[in-house]
Design a protein around this ligand. Structure first.
Ligand code: MG
Ligand code: MG
Length: 250
C-alpha cells in the first residue's frame, strides 16, 4: 500500500534526511586510503546517534551493521570489516539510513579513494547524473516507469548497465515501503506519482554487464563479470509540481 505523507510527517523525514546528509558530509573527509570499512561504519553510526537518530539498517532483515559499505565490484549491501582496508584507486559506496522519531531517510553515495582511474570517475559521474535524470521525472501525474526509463536510458547510453533485481522504493515509517522504483522500465507504466508520496530513487550501476550474485556472507552483492559499481541515492518528497530532496544536510 502506498502512503501519502502529511506536512508534519514530511518535516520529520526532513530531519531524518538531514542526519543522513550530515553523515555523507563527514564521509567526504573520512574516506581515504588506509581506513577500514569497519571504521567507516563506526563513524557513520556515531554521527547518526550524535544527531539524535538511530541507524535504519542495523537489524533490518538481520543486517549486522549501521551502514552498508560496498567496495569496487560490490554493488550494495557490503558488510563492513576490520580486514577490508581501502586502497588508493578504490571506489566505495556508502549507503546510509537514519531514523528520527519513527521516520526514515535513506541516501547512498560513491566516493573515490585517493586517485582513481578516469573510467571509474566516468562511472561515478554517469551514476550521479542518472540519479538527477531520474528525479527530473518525479512529479505528480508521471508514473514510476517514467523515472525507471529515464535512468535506464541514461545509463545504457554511456555503455554501462543497471541490474533489474535491486530497486529504489517508497520510504517513511519503514525504510522500504511501496512502490518499488526500479532502474529499468517503460515510460507511462507503473504506479502513478502523487503529491505527498516519499520515494528513494537510487541508480545502481555496473561498468560491465548487469548480472550480479550474492557473496557467501549472504549480504554483499557483486558483479558476475567483476566490473566495478557505483550507487547514488536520495530520498525525496513529491510536491505540487516536482520534488524536494529530503536527504540533505541543510
Ligand atoms: Mg540506501
Ligand atoms: Mg534505498
Amino acid at each position: 500500500m502506498i502512503s501519502i505523507k502529511s506536512d508534519r510527517e514530511i518535516e520529520l523525514m526532513k530531519e531524518a534526511g538531514r542526519i543522513v546528509g550530515l553523515v555523507h558530509k563527514e564521509m567526504k573527509n573520512v574516506v581515504r586510503p588506509g581506513i577500514s570499512t569497519w571504521e567507516i561504519d563506526k563513524i557513520c553510526e556515531e554521527v547518526i546517534r550524535a544527531n539524535g537518530g538511530t541507524p535504519s539498517f542495523k537489524g533490518l532483515y538481520g543486517f549486522p551493521n549501521a551502514v552498508c559499505v560496498s567496495v569496487n565490484e560490490k554493488l550494495v549491501h557490503g558488510i563492513p570489516s576490520k580486514k577490508e582496508i581501502l586502497k588508493d584507486g578504490d571506489i566505495v559506496s556508502i549507503d546510509v539510513g537514519a531514523c528520527y522519531k519513527g521516520y526514515h531517510g535513506d541516501s547512498a553515495w560513491s566516493y573515490a579513494v585517493g586517485n582513481v582511474d578516469e573510467k571509474v570517475l566516468e562511472l561515478m559521474k554517469v551514476t550521479e547524473e542518472a540519479l538527477f535524470v531520474g528525479l527530473e521525472q518525479v512529479k505528480p501525474g508521471n508514473r514510476v516507469g517514467d523515472v525507471s526509463h529515464a535512468i535506464q536510458t541514461y545509463v545504457e547510453s554511456h555503455g554501462f548497465s543497471t541490474p533489474i533485481e535491486y530497486t529504489g522504493h517508497g520510504i517513511g515509517r519503514s525504510v522500504h515501503e511501496d512502490p518499488s522504483v526500479p532502474n529499468v522500465g517503460n515510460p507511462g507504466k507503473g504506479e502513478l506519482l502523487k503529491k505527498g508520496m516519499c520515494i528513494a530513487v537510487e541508480p545502481m550501476v555496473f561498468m560491465g554487464k548487469p548480472h550480479c550474485r550474492t557473496l557467501s556472507d549472504g549480504w554483499g552483492v557483486v558483479s558476475r563479470d567483476h566490473s566495478w559499481a557505483a550507487h547514488y541515492e536520495h530520498s525525496v518528497a513529491i510536491t505540487d509540481d516536482g520534488y524536494i530532496i529530503l536527504t540533505k544536510e541543510d
